[in-house]
Design a protein. Structure first.
Length: 94
């Protein structure tokens, strides 16, 4: 029986991510986190994939978890994530 580690699943997710196969990447990143919920890079990459899909709420959840674990994301990504959140809220009501 082949036993895979969280690193193995992360690497598979990374490959699918780079190939643009986002659903497969999400599945492997989630499997990574099921084995190691503190796998910072998996949270980071899930945030990016979810953002690319337009799923801002899930992106924020994983981004914030990566930050809690010490991952430093680019300022640009954070700004884009924040901008996306504002857009989802709609125009400001007076």
């Amino acid at each position: 029986m082949l036993v895979r580690s969280s690193d193995d699943y992360y690497n598979l997710g990374f490959v699918y991510d780079r190939q643009g196969k986002l659903e497969e990447a999400i599945g492997y990143y989630q499997k990574t986190l099921s084995l190691d919920s503190n796998f910072t890079e998996a949270h980071n990459n899930l945030a990016v994939v979810y953002y690319r899909q337009g799923n801002i709420d899930k992106a924020k959840k994983h981004y914030l978890r990566a930050l809690e674990l010490g991952q430093k994301m680019s300022v640009h990504f954070f700004q884009e994530l924040f901008k996306g959140s504002i857009q989802l809220l709609g125009p400001k009501k007076e």
